[in-house]
Design a protein around this ligand. Sequence first.
Ligand SMILES: [Zn+2]
Length: 306
Amino acid sequence: MKPVLKLFLLPLVFGVSSLPGIPETPATVTETAVTPSCKAGALTQGGLLLCHGEPGTLVRMNGSAVAKFDETGRASVGLQQHSPTSFTITLQEQGTTISEDITIAERNDEYRTLTGLDCDKVDARTQEQKDHAGRSWVKKQDAWVKFNDGPGFFDGAIKPAEGPTSSPFGPTRKYTGVSKTSGESCESTSVHRGQDFATPVGTPVVSPADGVIILADPDLYYEGGSVFVDHGQGLISVFMHLSSVDVEDGQVVTAGQQIAKTGNTGRTTGPHLHWAIKWRNTASDNRGDDFYIDPALLMDGLKLPG
Ligand SMILES: [Zn+2]
């Protein structure tokens, strides 16, 4: 038998049905088959496909394995900032392969130049700074290795802190500045791989979805106070520059639960919250396949699978 995923839906029983002489309609169970598909989510470069399929099987994009269905038959496929705008997804089911041609929207990210870079904070210079940066790097790499079960963003994503967006995901930023200690100029070019919210120090930060805390550290070298939440589906929320870390490694959190307070720690140019979402390929042990996706696309306009 060809496997299908089933949702069991209870029809609503209306309270007005108890009219004289009309028997109440008994509640019945309706079966609705969910067709294996990846056509939900945020269908934009930098977005995320939400897929249904057979637990344990692979999702392939243009032939390459990009995700593995979890025990609930769900998988999340990240779309790179410069992903092709049309591609073919194939889903393996027992005995058959389902192909879907998917077209996604193109993004148009800015290129910005910013001055006032604190050159002395760009790179670790002193031995103490290098050691600090090295320890921070190891903690982050350790955090990416393990996969936890969870809903990912199949239940949506809520805004993690009150405050306007001060920088979206995607722009390339070139920073220039002068060292206060040596007087030498410096520059640094990077792509902004998260979304910044302008927040006064001490603004509560809540988890955007259910998850498990996989890193809670008050003092990473570049990131400052940091909390990483593994939402499952290979998806991790990364929060940086925090003034207070209110959770511990291994703690289970629910959507909307406070996990930290915003701050101005690490490499910053002012108080704000940086929220990044790392997507990891659940079909691969090579963490070099991982990349960041656009949080705004998950908060706004995420099409949840039916
Ligand atoms: Zn940022």
